[in-house]
Design a protein around this ligand. Structure first.
Ligand code: SF4
Length: 408
């Protein structure tokens, strides 16, 4: 690894494999039973054990998120999980609650502990405090500027600092928010936010619910609380200069398509920035790639401005931009046949603009050349269909195919 690590979310084993394939140095995931219901963003201990083996074979680290604000009733399970996590060899656990930290120190004193952004660490003394309690890395509060982060790195060089560089922003201070718990019963403080701040809202008069009043935004709704997504790819040299150890991509719930695109794009950019920070130029092709994943417009968050200045990160006018989507993943490359076997995950019609994402390149696929096992042409395929495309270079298993969503 050259320079700081690229840390990528991996909500399940498939996402972990995708993150590793496309260039992550480290991945993080949720742990079974420590949210209120089984979801896409956590793994069982058995899955995690397999994920750790798989990741370590590629020299990729695995961090397990235990960053709930625990209640008394959670403590026994946390104690059990910490023991299991230490046993399967995760590289660190991520905590926000001091009670969970205390439990980790008691059960597995040698297990490195990272402190979540939800602990809201905003200054050098707070960093020293946590370091004194055995924390080796801190994800600083998202509200800090790069200048403040640089000052903290200089003042407390013995601590590792981790920074979000890409993904959804949260309007609540360091993610402490009750909106999701209030509206859906799923609490952001237990890693379960359903993002109601991004939902579509309108104002209605009591007797005329069918006639919503438009406040602003598009012609139907307003997005009063919807933060734009963070994107710091243009400022990687500034981030490296601030003395950060780990660059984190947000989004354990994101799809494998999102992970493939964002991970490889930041991999390319980070390698370029680490090699020659002074000569770093953000390639327009990287920005174009990041436009091809679902997002709400991009912002640099608080990094380039102080918190007191107006935060321009709210997108009133739209919910999501989505131009491309996942169409399938590669099951196998057959060199003697010169074709790849793909499992479709969505409908694909012959003629759709389709691309195969490799870790180092993008190949345009001829969707008219899609066939079945016998080599017979297919006019269309659907979810779970196994189809073939001619490809004349080696393709790794798990590589992702995308298509442009507006049919051509
Ligand atoms: S609802 Fe929105 S503001 Fe609240 S925690 Fe979730 S993402 Fe943050």
């Amino acid at each position: 690894m050259n320079g700081p690590e690229l840390l990528v979310p991996a909500g399940n084993l498939e996402k972990l494999r995708t993150a590793v394939l496309y260039g992550a140095d480290a991945v993080y995931t949720g742990v079974e039973g420590l949210s209120l219901r089984a979801r896409q963003a956590e793994m069982t201990i058995a899955e995690l054990a397999e994920g750790v083996r798989l990741a370590h074979r590629r020299k990729v680290k695995v961090y397990a998120a235990l960053n709930i604000f625990a209640r008394n009733r959670d403590l026994a399970l946390i104690r059990q999980r910490v023991g299991q996590l230490a046993e399967i060899g995760v590289d660190a656990v991520l905590v926000s609650d001091v009670g969970v930290l205390q439990t980790v120190r008691q059960v597995a004193p040698r297990l490195p502990v990272h402190l979540s952004t939800q602990a809201n660490t905003t200054n050098a003394e707070a960093v020293r405090f946590w370091h004194g309690l055995g924390v080796s890395r801190i994800v600083l509060a998202r509200e800090l500027s790069l200048a403040e982060i640089g000052q903290i790195a200089t003042a407390v060089p013995e601590i590792e600092l981790e920074l979000f560089v890409h993904g959804a922003m949260c309007l609540a201070y360091s993610g402490r928010c009750l909106l999701s718990a209030y509206l859906t019963g799923r609490s952001a403080n237990r890693g379960e936010c359903t993002h109601p701040c991004r939902w579509e809202y309108s104002l209605t008069e009591r007797t005329r619910p069918e006639e919503p009043l438009v406040l602003t935004g598009d012609d139907r709704y307003s997005y009063l609380l919807s933060a734009k997504d963070l994107r710091m790819i243009e400022y990687l040299p500034e981030i490296l200069k601030a003395g950060v150890t780990s660059l984190k991509i947000e989004g354990r719930m994101k799809s494998v398509y999102y992970l493939a695109v964002v991970t490889r794009t930041y991999r390319w950019a980070l390698d370029a920035a680490a090699l020659d920070p002074a000569g770093y130029r953000c390639d327009p092709a990287w920005l174009a790639e990041l436009e091809k994943v679902s997002h709400r417009g991009y912002t640099t968050g608080f990094y380039l401005q102080s918190e007191g200045e107006k935060f321009a990160g709210v997108n009133l006018k739209e919910s999501y931009r989505k131009t491309h989507g996942l169409v399938g993943t590669v099951l196998e490359y057959r060199p003697t046949e010169g074709r790849v076997l793909v499992e479709l995950r969505n409908q694909l019609v012959a003629g759709d603009e389709t691309e195969l994402l490799l870790p180092d390149a993008t190949l345009l696929l001829d969707s008219q050349a899609m066939t079945n096992e016998a080599g017979e042409p297919l006019a269309e395929g659907h979810n779970r269909y196994r189809v073939y495309f001619p490809v004349d270079r080696e393709v790794p298993t798990g590589a992702v195919l995308r298509r442009r969503l507006a049919r051509v």
